[in-house]
Design a protein around this ligand. Structure first.
Ligand SMILES: Cc1cc2nc3c(=O)[nH]c(=O)nc-3n(C[C@H](O)[C@H](O)[C@H](O)COP(=O)(O)OP(=O)(O)OC[C@H]3O[C@@H](n4cnc5c(N)ncnc54)[C@H](O)[C@@H]3O)c2cc1C
Length: 404
């Protein structure tokens, strides 16, 4: 039987970074992953360019039962700290928008950085290698693995969430948490396209994209305080809505709730848009659809004011009341998703190991010597590099605790 100071299960973003740090802090560290390829999620992230952090990171960019839980780890390992590593390896990067940092070349640069941190820390990596039963006796964890039995006083779970099962996602981390009596906040797909059963009428819009402001109905006052409004691009697909606006709001959306989408965010309010339409009515003889095509993509304008609508006429002939209704529909389009495209398409998993059972300083659970880091924890970031920053920060906090 081999003995290690720390064993980390899951060689994704959080596991690799934690193992590298722990090794460099002098711990004999073993990193195990059941998937044949290292850090597949990093490889496919950010469209292959990995949005590895965001310049503006705070608890307000995360959700979970207690988003404030992430505050301590995020404060002790900031985006600038990760950037120092990126600079140190000469990895080219650029800011895309809203503080989101992407590799110039490829996500492989970030994987290489993490693997080299592990090599510097003399981390042993067993991959692919499955972990079977885990037992805890006399302060020691004993793990049955494909490579034989290993023991360690400190076990770190970095097995991520449930999204994209074909590249290694599993519920192993949640099962282990339950085995040791820890609570799990129910999981659900997040940052995921939304689907609609009434969609047939809108399939002709597939491919249309436009900037919108989106919010979701919420069930209680506390949730309303937390649920943000997103100004992002919306993409119509054959099944429903995608693009950053839909992905962001999907993390907050709950079954049965309605979305409210502002299709004309350039107008501050619905009365302002109504006045604009009334001014056009006074000065223009063009068809309504032509006029609103200056506000919306032409195919979308066609749905709101085209041949099949009562607005298929010159704007000067449309009653004021109909223009008022149109401005309400454009500023407050209310639509109820019937579901999401599920874990197959979700970028992350919301829910996970309950933060009430974890230390925000060390990520150690109330089961001594057992730690949870990264996405397996009930902390979910917005789209924009926040999930990786949580992976780095929670891994860093944990590695420091392992070595103390
Ligand atoms: C398509 C896509 C694009 C994304 N783009 C971005 C982005 O640009 N920016 C961003 O911040 N976030 C992005 N994310 C989210 C981000 O990838 C994750 O939040 C992040 O990888 C979580 O890190 P983690 O280490 O906790 O989990 P993961 O990176 O998922 O790693 C978990 C590891 O555990 C292993 N594992 C699972 N079960 C077992 C088991 N039973 N035994 C052994 N090993 C196991 C898996 O094989 C995997 O290697 C994206 C996600 C997806 C799916």
């Amino acid at each position: 039987m081999q003995t290690f100071d720390a064993v980390i299960v899951g060689a994704g973003a959080a596991g690799l970074f934690c193992a590298g740090r722990a090794g460099q802090l002098g711990l004999k560290t073993l990193l195990i992953d059941h998937h044949p390829r290292v850090a597949e999620k990093i490889r496919i992230s950010g469209g292959g360019r990995c949005n590895f952090t965001n310049l503006d990171v705070g608890p307000q960019h995360f959700l979970g039962d207690n988003p404030d839980f992430c505050r301590s780890a995020l404060a002790r390992f900031t985006p600038q700290d990760f950037l120092a590593l990126v600079h140190g390896r000469g990895i080219g990067f650029h800011e895309k928008h809203k503080g989101q940092l992407f590799c110039d070349r490829s996500a492989q640069d970030i994987i290489d950085l993490l693997v080299s941190l592990c090599q510097q820390g003399q981390v042993q990596r067993w991959q692919p290698c499955r972990v079977g039963s885990v037992k805890h006796e006399a302060g020691v964890y004993r793990l049955q693995t494909d490579e034989g039995e290993v023991q360690t006083p400190q076990l770190v779970v970095a097995t991520g969430g449930l999204s994209i099962p074909k590249i290694g996602a599993s519920d192993w981390g949640y099962c282990l948490a339950r085995q040791f009596g820890l609570r799990i906040v129910p999981t659900r797909p997040a940052l995921v396209p939304l689907t609609f059963d009434i969609w047939t009428a809108l399939t002709e819009l597939a491919g249309v994209s436009l900037p919108v402001r989106v919010r979701t109905e919420v069930s209680d006052r506390a949730a309303r305080r937390r649920a943000p409004v997103f100004d992002e691009d919306l993409l119509f697909t054959h099944k429903g809505l995608s693009g950053p606006a839909a992905l962001q709001i999907s993390s907050y959306w709950r079954e049965g709730h309605t979305l409210e989408i502002d299709l004309a965010p350039g107008f501050r309010s619905e009365p302002e848009l109504r006045q604009h339409l009334l001014n056009l009515k006074a000065t223009s003889r063009r068809q309504v659809v032509k006029e609103i095509a200056s506000l919306l993509p032409a195919r979308l304008a066609e749905v709101w004011a085209g041949a099949d609508t009562g607005l298929n006429k010159p704007i000067c002939d449309v009653p004021d009341r109909a223009l008022s209704e149109l401005s309400v529909q454009l500023k407050r389009w209310r639509i109820k998703p019937d579901g999401t495209e599920g874990y197959r398409k979700a970028e992350v998993t919301a829910g996970g190991v309950d933060t009430r059972d974890l230390s925000s300083q060390t990520l150690q659970s109330k089961q001594p010597g057992l730690y949870f880091i990264g996405e397996v924890v009930d902390i979910t970031g917005w789209l924009g590099g926040y999930n990786f920053q949580w992976a780095w920060a929670s891994a860093h906090a944990c590695a420091g605790a392992l070595a103390s």
